[in-house]
Design a protein around this ligand. Structure first.
Ligand code: G1P
Length: 293
């Protein structure tokens, strides 16, 4: 039982300045991809991977996120009265998805610091970390894929994907020895390196399964890039002191923190929906024809 990953940490304290004006008064995590808030996609990935407890690292003005994963008796009773049982059940199912624990990150000091805020709730168990701007569409949830490696190898593991050299400066990048075509023994990690000094083109798009020893590594990590306590720098310590693996997960990743990435995800998810696909195709054709004239 010791190795079972039952907790996911989801940092959600950021101000979402990349998405202003939308994020002026609503948390960016509540912006929907079609009709599902981004944070729901992330919590569902965790729940589908077997996680039963989500530790949300939040800040002021983020109460809407907690409310989304609670019951809403007024709304549900209203829907029941109107005979809209399916919608009432949809609302209740979010309240049952998993136990949500919210911890405030009172001073934003970086991703490493946000993860450290979860320590009192996580304790001495392994846990997953999922970043909310990274949406990963896959048959087997990305977090589940990493958990499988964790169970088999008893080592912390980060999900990686290949990016062009011009984009390594947007990510935490790994370097190390290949174990097979999809797995690396990580020896080096650099937060947002310049292309010429990057150890590889394998980037971490916000999925991690970590041993609790990482908390101690974060405590010993000095502020790094941007003056923030970087999770990537703490993982460099973990890689030196224990075994850290990287796994090239199967799935398509969308950067929903970026406007074009957000539109990309919206189109992809809308086109996958049988109730929307044909309508969306007609709309796309209409707009493309309009722009051609
Ligand atoms: C964060 C992490 C970075 C990671 C990235 C994935 O950066 O610091 O290591 O690769 O998320 O999206 P951010 O995009 O928050 O600047």
């Amino acid at each position: 039982m010791k190795n079972i990953v039952r907790t996911a940490v989801i940092p959600a304290a950021g101000l979402g300045t990349r998405f202003l004006p939308a994020t002026k008064s609503i948390p960016k995590e509540m912006i929907p991809i079609v009709d599902v808030p981004m944070i729901q996609h992330i919590v569902e990935e965790a729940a589908r991977s077997g996680v039963t407890r989500v530790v949300l690292i939040t800040a002021r003005h983020k109460e809407a996120i907690e409310n989304h994963f609670d019951f809403n008796p007024e709304l549900e009773a209203f829907l029941d009265d109107k005979g809209k049982k399916e919608l009432a059940e949809l609302s209740r199912s979010l309240g049952r998805l998993c136990q949500v624990i919210a911890i405030r990150q009172k001073n934003p000091m970086g991703l490493g610091h946000a993860v450290l805020c979860a320590e009192p709730a996580v304790g001495s168990e392994p846990f997953a970390v999922l970043l909310g701007d990274d949406l990963i569409d896959s048959d087997v949830p990305c977090t589940q894929q990493l958990m499988d490696i964790y169970q088999r190898e008893s080592a912390s593991v980060v999900g990686v994907m290949q990016v062009p050299p011009s984009e390594v400066n947007k990510y935490g990048i790994i370097g190390g020895k290949p174990i097979n075509t999809k797995t690396w023994h990580v020896q080096q990690l650099v937060e947002k390196p310049a292309p010429e000094s990057s150890p590889s083109c394998w980037a971490i798009p916000g999925r991690y399964v970590l041993e609790p020893q990482v908390f101690d590594c974060i405590k010993r990590t000095k502020p790094g890039r941007g003056g923030e306590i970087q999770l990537t720098d703490a993982l460099q310590l973990l890689a030196q002191e224990r075994r850290l693996l990287a796994y090239a997960f199967d799935g398509v990743r969308y950067d929903t923190g970026d406007r074009l990435g957000f539109i990309d995800a919206t189109l992809a998810f809308a086109l996958k929906r049988s109730d929307l696909r044909s309508g969306v195709v007609v709309l796309l054709q209409k707009h493309l024809n309009k722009n051609r004239n």
